[in-house]
Design a protein around this ligand. Structure first.
Ligand code: GLU
Length: 311
């Protein structure tokens, strides 16, 4: 067991894929890492399908088949985020009751134009609708503009601690809590769901590190425990860009079509983490988070990798 032992009977890690398509090698590697972090610290491991947007029919089911084929297991039923919206809306209402939200009528384009201003954190909402008068709000509503609901943030920055990145300070802007179509926004839903499900360990791709101070700050406002974080490196193609479908054989189905077995794919993922193993269980005993590579994994999916593992 590591120093970071699970802190209670409900303590859990999780993998939370968006069902927008098949998982690629980078997603599979992140799933493997999330499983290893959870299991090596005595935590439960949960799967939550984040289906509030970008849903491709059948993708969630295929993702689960792939995770199981690699030898990953999970506890309890798979949860679908879209079925938990009552909880999300209750949290939004609590923030609204505390005076911590406001309606925003800006279009995406208006925000993009405003944020190209030279100052302020990249992509931060400039606060256009924060201090509208009641009359101005009424006028915008009358124009029929769908309103998103934003957080009235009381801070500009928040610091989190990450297992791999150490102390990380990042911007907190007035981010969206509820989209114009009434759907809870990712940053809100992820915080509410993790806390409600007892998730106290969040392992995910480091593309989400910049959003994490917003989420941790939101957890604090909602008086929810801030989880431990580990943001793991992404996978890059031969050109150093984020791995994508166009790079070739990037999904488990693609790899199998090339003649690799699921064991060989696990061996490929394990190799990228510095281990020789062809099942998650075999990796578990040896897993050391502090020895993980901190650099992105570069792979040319055109190569069928021969790691000396029997198919
Ligand atoms: N659903 C997000 C994604 O697939 C991950 C969210 C998270 O792990 O917090 O990119």
């Amino acid at each position: 067991m590591l120093h970071d032992d699970a802190s209670g009977p409900r303590a859990a890690g999780r993998f939370a894929p968006s069902p927008s398509g098949d998982l690629h090698l980078g997603n599979l590697r992140t799933a493997l890492l999330a499983w290893l972090f959870a299991r090596s610290t005595g935590r439960r491991f949960l799967i939550r399908i984040e289906d509030l947007d970008r849903v491709r029919p059948g993708a969630a089911e295929r993702q689960l088949v792939d995770l199981a084929a690699l030898g990953l297991d999970w506890d309890g039923p798979v949860v679908r985020q879209s079925r938990r919206q009552a909880l999300h809306h209750a949290a939004i209402d609590r923030l609204t009751d505390a005076g911590l939200t406001y309606e925003c009528y800006c279009t995406r384009r208006e925000i993009q134009q405003a944020v190209t201003a030279p100052h302020g954190p990249l992509g931060a909402y400039p606060g256009t609708c924060r201090d509208l008068t009641d009359a101005e709000r009424a006028a915008r509503r009358a124009e029929g503009r769908p309103a998103a609901l934003r957080l009235r943030s009381q801070t500009k920055e928040f610091e989190i601690i990450d297992e791999l990145h150490g102390r990380y300070r990042g911007a907190v802007d007035d981010f969206v809590l509820r989209r114009g179509d009434g759907t809870p926004a990712y940053n809100l839903a992820v915080v509410v769901d993790d806390a409600d499900q007892g998730v106290d360990q969040v392992v995910r791709g480091d593309d989400l590190l910049p959003s994490t101070p917003r989420q941790a700050y939101l957890a604090e406002l909602l008086e929810l425990a801030i989880p431990r974080y580990a943001h793991v490196p992404l996978v890059l193609n031969a050109e150093g860009e984020r791995l994508a479908k166009r790079d070739g054989a990037v999904t488990l189905t693609d790899r199998i079509a090339l003649g690799e077995s699921p064991h060989q794919v696990v061996a490929l993922l394990a190799n990228s983490l510095g281990y020789a193993a062809d099942t998650p269980a075999e990796l578990l005993d040896r897993f050391r988070p502090d020895a993980l590579p901190r650099e992105p994994w570069r792979i040319d999916p055109a190569d069928v990798v021969q790691l000396g593992v029997d198919p």
